[in-house]
Design a protein around this ligand. Structure first.
Ligand code: TRP
Length: 434
């Protein structure tokens, strides 16, 4: 097993990405009693589970990301990297970067060097369409991706893995294709430039583009069953579709998968994604040089917490864990008020005396993602920590911040007709760079 780990995953301990679910043992504390002791001290986080299918921590503050960087063998996004980013782009870094919400990377320096030298690269990200409606956490990688596309003026490829969701969920092919289209409307509603963006769903694209299937086979030829077992935790009784699937998520990281965009040029690729997707791209990075391609670079986000707290991520399959992009203002308000885990104290007296704990407070986390004003956010953090600001007040601010985002999204989505959507799915060259 030891050699397998080394050859496939760049020396990272593949088996720590255990595929087991700890979901049963993770409690989601929502009531005031449970919060009493919350945040007293960090647990060891030895049992954080992070893989493409499960995210669970025993700590109220969520996954220990520094430990995850070590475990995965990625690099921390530090002040020096952010400074270089700002110098090269001539623009302040996005607040997701400044606030450490995107906290880890692979080879981002290489991408910045390419930019300095005026050499091309493209962006690739994706979404597994498992539900008709996205939630606000799903916006995060796409907000970052959009900002990167605007900052660098580069082509963007968005993969919808309807095949993945058919294989993993109780979902028919036809339903998965429908969900992919619905999700694509939400993505397009975020305002991606149609001239620079190509969107595709695997179940339909594969038949239109032999180059993609050919790359999948090239990739599958490089990876053994032992290796995918090590990386993803697959077992002998997993269906063979799952075992082969990682190659389909890897293929878009090779530019030759899209001959109508890149011709036969070997172009570098940068992938913004949540860190749970990293196992796919460790595999991709191992394979790419063997096929004569550069290794993809990565920019990893932390998880968007469930309303019930950062022990798990916001999930579309848990209705009350998520604020959906289809929720009404009233639903947004009720959900945050009722479910958002509070880092506040049990009584007002105690809260005034001891102060709240922003790190475990979901309303504060929502603000960290969506309140763009740095000064205001810092004011809130200080006032809440000192007990000057109460739980009801921080929740109110979170509601006021999130509601317009949801409303604006709904208005933008209404304008996405089938014709508008089809343009993004058309196989065509993209126009970028001036
Ligand atoms: N597997 C991802 C999911 O379930 C979807 C995906 C496909 C993706 N390609 C990607 C995510 C590239 C990030 C980057 O959501």
């Amino acid at each position: 097993m030891a050699e397998v780990k080394q050859t496939v995953v760049e020396g990272v301990d593949a088996l720590t990405l255990n595929g087991k679910s700890d979901a049963d043992t993770v409690e989601t504390a929502t009531d005031a009693q449970a919060q009493e002791t919350a945040g007293d001290e960090a647990t060891t986080n030895a049992d954080d589970v992070v893989d493409p299918w499960n995210v669970a921590s025993s700590n109220d503050a969520g996954v220990d990301y520094d430990k995850l960087i070590k475990r995965f063998g990625s690099s921390k996004i530090d002040d020096e990297l952010i400074a270089r980013f700002e110098k090269i782009t001539g623009k302040p870094a996005h607040h997701f970067l400044r606030r450490g919400l995107f906290f880890s990377h692979r080879d981002l320096h290489t991408i910045l060097t390419l930019r300095e030298q005026g050499k091309p690269f493209y962006l690739y990200t994706g979404r597994g369409p498992s539900s008709g409606s996205l939630h606000i956490g799903h916006l995060v990688p796409f907000i970052m991706t959009k900002w990167l596309q605007e900052t660098f003026d580069v082509p963007l490829i968005i993969q919808l893995t309807d095949d993945e969701k058919t294989l993993w969920k109780d979902l028919k092919i036809e339903e998965a294709i429908k969900l992919a289209r619905e999700n694509a409307k939400d993505i397009v509603a975020m305002g991606f430039d149609v001239n620079k963006t190509f969107i595709f769903n695997n179940l339909e694209f594969m038949g239109k583009c032999p180059a993609m299937y050919q790359n999948i086979i090239r990739i599958q030829k490089c990876v053994t069953f032992n290796q995918v077992k090590g990386i993803f935790g697959f077992g002998d009784s997993d269906i063979i579709g799952k075992i082969g699937f990682p190659a389909a998520q890897a293929a878009p990281a090779l530019s030759s998968t899209f001959p109508f965009i890149f011709g036969n040029k070997k172009v570098h690729c940068l992938i913004p994604c949540a860190i749970d997707q990293d196992p796919y791209f460790r595999m991709t990075r191992d394979v790419a040089p063997r096929l004569g391609f550069p290794k993809c670079a990565l920019l990893h986000s932390s998880f968007f917490p469930a309303l019930q707290g950062a022990k798990t991520k916001m999930s579309a399959s848990e209705q009350n864990s998520a604020v959906f992009l289809t929720d009404t203002p009233k639903q947004v308000k009720n959900k945050i008020n009722k479910y958002a885990f509070s880092g506040g104290r049990v009584t007002v007296e105690e809260h005034r005396k001891l102060g709240g704990i922003p790190d475990i407070d979901v309303a504060y986390q929502l603000l960290k993602f969506f309140l763009e004003d740095d000064a205001k956010l810092e004011e809130v953090r200080v006032a809440y920590s000192k007990g000057e600001m109460l739980t009801g007040e921080i929740k109110k601010l979170a509601i006021e911040t999130v509601t317009p985002i949801v409303e604006q999204h709904q208005a933008a989505r209404k304008l996405i007709t089938d014709e508008v959507l089809d343009k993004y799915f058309e196989l065509r060259p993209l126009k970028y760079g001036s």
